[in-house]
Design a protein around this ligand. Structure first.
Ligand SMILES: NC(=O)c1ccc[n+]([C@@H]2O[C@H](COP(=O)([O-])OP(=O)(O)OC[C@H]3O[C@@H](n4cnc5c(N)ncnc54)[C@H](O)[C@@H]3O)[C@@H](O)[C@H]2O)c1
Length: 338
């Protein structure tokens, strides 16, 4: 299956299917020197498949985990590209989850002022979310995704067979973003997710989520407004991630954030059932004041802080809404001990 996607610098194709990596050379221009940036957890057989189908001139293996998405790793990769004499006509291949997607995308956008970028996502979050929309970022000591750019890949190749080595917990975490986009924009898709037959590794399911995200991205490439709707549940999720210092996965926190945002809504029970279907219904402990202290708060700029984030009244009908800090505070119940 393939989809034509609009990017900030022209169109590109998103290919998705089972075992499509073996035909990689027929999906992208052949014969260009390619340099692979790969997550250390990707099985060697997968890396070899990519290397054997493209003219590969080098490989940089990045230690797994968010701690690698930094300027320090970026600089080490740039050194490796220069040592390999990688020319401007070359391509960078990002082979991994969302972390490698962002890191390699940032490298490709800046090395020699921009070289080709081939995204080969291997996690559900990378396939359904990070590889869609052309945003690439690095973390700084102070904050996540603080340095970033918009860039257009040459293509995205999502081979769902790579998901077989992805840990189950990571797979479930990726489902949270798919549930989110369905809840925001497609009531039928949201209801469909409750069925026992739904598999997170189904190319059709991921394709649907990609299409829904892409529709939003195309209306707001540079993230000036409407794209903020994708942050449903994320204000609370980011605070939970800080509070627990990474012991809960992003998608687990997003699922819990959505659950709190939807507590008084008529679809709350349905949401809980969908989340439970993927093992995402578990409570995350927190102490309310501590959690609130991790929500960015800037009293100097506003009398009361203002947050523009998504809300949903009916599945499929997500909209942007302005919340005051007080409203957010009222929405969050007293939690259990953290
Ligand atoms: N740019 C964007 O628009 C965007 C959107 C969403 C998320 N992101 C970024 O994506 C990252 C989160 O993505 P993620 O959850 O994929 O994180 P990740 O890349 O860290 O992958 C999660 C874990 O799965 C492992 N993994 C990945 N693919 C695997 C495979 N096929 N087999 C075995 N293990 C595998 C990784 O080693 C890691 O341990 C964050 O950095 C986030 O900021 C970016």
């Amino acid at each position: 299956m393939k989809m034509t996607m609009k990017g900030v610098r022209g169109d590109y194709v998103y290919h998705i299917g089972d075992r499509i990596l073996t035909g990689l050379d027929s999906l992208v221009e052949d014969g260009l020197p390619s340099f692979i940036i790969v997550d250390a957890n990707i099985p060697e057989t997968v890396v070899r498949t990519v290397e054997q189908t493209l003219s590969v001139s080098g490989r940089f293996t990045v230690p797994a985990g968010e701690a690698s998405k930094t300027l320090r790793t970026y600089e080490r990769i740039i050194d490796a590209l220069q040592d390999a004499g990688l020319p401007r006509e070359a391509r960078i291949v990002a082979l991994g989850g969302g972390m490698v997607n962002d890191l390699a995308g940032f490298v490709a956008a800046t090395y020699k002022r921009g070289v080709r970028l081939l995204l080969v996502p291997t996690s559900l979050i990378a396939m359904a979310d990070a590889s869609v929309g052309g945003k690439f970022a690095l973390n700084t000591h102070q904050s996540k995704n603080a340095i970033g750019t918009f860039y257009t890949p040459e293509a995205v190749i999502a081979d769902t067979s790579t998901l077989t080595s992805l840990p189950d917990r990571e797979l479930a975490s990726g489902m949270a973003e798919i549930v989110k986009i369905a809840l925001l924009h497609d009531a039928d898709f949201f209801r469909h997710l409750r069925h026992d037959t739904v598999s997170p590794r189904d190319p059709g399911l991921i394709r649907k989520a990609v299409k829904l995200k892409q529709d939003i991205v195309e209306r707001d490439f540079y993230d000036h407004g409407e794209r903020a709707i994708l942050n449903y549940g994320h204000l609370i999720a980011h605070a939970l991630e800080h509070l627990h210092e990474g012991s809960f996965l992003h998608g687990e926190c997003v699922a819990f954030g959505m659950h709190l945002m939807a507590r008084d809504k008529p679809f709350h029970e349905d949401l809980q059932k969908v989340l439970a279907r993927f093992g995402l219904h578990r409570d995350i402990p927190y102490e309310k004041d501590e959690l609130l202290s991790f929500i960015p708060h800037d009293k100097k700029r506003h009398k009361d802080d203002i947050y523009v984030t998504a809300d949903v009244e009916q599945p499929g009908n997500g909209f942007l809404k302005t919340f005051s800090f007080q409203e957010l505070k009222d929405m969050i119940p007293e939690g259990g001990p953290s």
